[in-house]
Design a protein around this ligand. Structure first.
Ligand SMILES: NC(=O)c1ccc[n+]([C@@H]2O[C@H](COP(=O)([O-])OP(=O)(O)OC[C@H]3O[C@@H](n4cnc5c(N)ncnc54)[C@H](O)[C@@H]3O)[C@@H](O)[C@H]2O)c1
Ligand SMILES: [Zn+2]
Length: 394
């Protein structure tokens, strides 16, 4: 058989194109494992009400042993709809579960041993770290098992748990291995956050300030007016803060046009380029929210120096963050990196590398108005750092 030159240089392209709609409920409830609360049962049974659903629960060990028994009691009470494939499994809480693939593999092994199928459920109960690791397990086992999230920290309820991302760290790089995978359902139970240590209650509020600053001036005003209630963790104020913050995150993901972040921007990551670096420089001794508070203060001052934000607004933002309980300086900010430059500034490169494409950093053009820029003047950023340090020194 012979081929003509013409045949060899001519290609035919078929365009495959389809869209997959995603939808999942985000339920706000209290006492999710109270046997009389049908919320969890209802979300598990929503597609096949007559079926008994197999579930595996992975539970953050920071929540204590008692919760495992509560989950068992809940499953017994709803045994017509829910079958535990095994006793609820406690997993390491906090960043530890994300530092090694070992934990992901052992959870996958568990699902293999239990012969869990794609119509079964992997339920994650815990902070953002546990949700990220279990979410990755659910997304990759059988190429995707139904995943239900029950976030138990402020940050996980108002931000990470209602999103579509999961992941674990590799070689010290945050979220290097992960997927975009919308959950089957999310249940936010206020009681979990009310029992959190104060430090974590405070930390999660950073994301509410963040989303208010870049999207919603009215919400920022609400936070300012309720800062006393928030600083003392009053129930109603905490509930509204979490709910409004979650709504704004849901809106961005659902209507922002780029739910799987294929572009160069991470529109909700105001204050995050330095925050991620600060977290890794301190080996996660600084919580994500604590780092974000510092990052927001830094970028607010930079926004002023760049002529984008009215002078004085950065002070208003810092004062609010401090009132809520954040410290706006950390000595590691001054640590020198490999080239003698401040290590924190490497965060800009890391931020760009994670996404690819052009550097895109969100700054402030006003309270409630985020603006994307593609260049950061290092000299000006140093100026912002000096300002923050001097301010902290009083
Ligand atoms: N996927 C995303 O879109 C996304 C977004 C932001 C952050 N994150 C990730 O979330 C993680 C941080 O999550 P986090 O701030 O929720 O903290 P965390 O998950 O690290 O938990 C902090 C500590 O609180 C404990 N804990 C959890 N719930 C508790 C409760 N109700 N009572 C007492 N202790 C409790 C945990 O055991 C842990 O020791 C980071 O790994 C970050 O990268 C992910
Ligand atoms: Zn964040």
């Amino acid at each position: 058989m012979t081929y003509s030159t013409h045949a060899r240089t001519t290609s035919t392209t078929h365009w495959q194109r389809f869209a997959v709609p995603f939808e999942f409920p985000v339920v706000f409830t209290e006492g999710v494992f109270d046997p009389e609360n049908p919320a969890l049962r209802d979300v598990l049974a929503r597609l096949e009400p007559a079926k008994r659903h197999r579930c595996v629960f992975f539970v953050d060990d920071g929540l204590g042993e008692g919760l495992l028994a509560q989950i068992r009691a809940y499953a017994e009470r709803h045994a017509d709809a829910l079958e535990l494939a095994c006793a609820p499994v406690a997993v390491p809480g906090g960043e530890k579960i994300k530092t090694e693939l070992h934990f992901v593999e052992s959870m996958q092994q568990k699902l293999f041993d239990l012969r869990l199928d794609r119509h079964s459920y992997v339920v994650a109960v815990g902070g953002g770290a546990v949700l990220d690791a279990v979410g990755l397990v659910a997304a990759t086992t059988h190429r995707g098992v139904r995943h239900v999230r029950i976030p138990t920290t402020v940050l996980a309820q108002n931000d990470s748990g209602v999103g579509v991302k999961n992941g674990v760290n590799l070689q010290g790089v945050k979220n290097f291995v992960g997927t975009f995978a919308p959950p089957f359902a999310v249940l936010n139970d206020l009681q979990f956050v009310l029992s959190l240590p104060e430090r974590d209650k405070v930390a999660g509020m950073a994301e509410a300030v963040k989303v208010a600053l870049i999207r919603d001036a009215e919400f920022f005003g609400w936070i300012e007016r309720h800062m006393d209630d928030l600083a003392t963790f009053q129930r109603e104020a905490m509930a509204y803060m979490i709910r409004r913050c979650a709504e704004l995150h849901l809106r961005q993901i659902g209507q922002g046009g780029d739910p799987f972040e294929t572009g160069s921007a991470r529109p909700l990551d105001y204050g995050h380029w330095s925050a991620h670096k600060l977290e890794s420089l301190t080996r996660h001794h600084v919580r994500h929210g604590e780092a974000v508070a510092i990052g927001m203060a830094l970028d607010a001052r930079y926004s002023v120096l760049a002529g984008l934000l009215a002078a004085g607004e950065e002070e208003r933002i810092c004062a609010l963050l401090e009132y809520l309980g954040f410290q706006l300086w950390h000595p590691v900010l001054e640590r020198a990196g490999a080239n003698g430059e401040w290590a924190i500034l490497e965060g800009l490169k890391d931020f760009q590398e994670h996404l690819g494409g052009e550097l895109t950093v969100t700054l402030l053009a006003g309270i409630g108005t985020g603006v994307e820029v593609h260049e950061i003047d290092v000299e000006r950023m140093r100026g912002a750092m000096h300002w923050l340090k001097a301010r902290a020194a009083g």
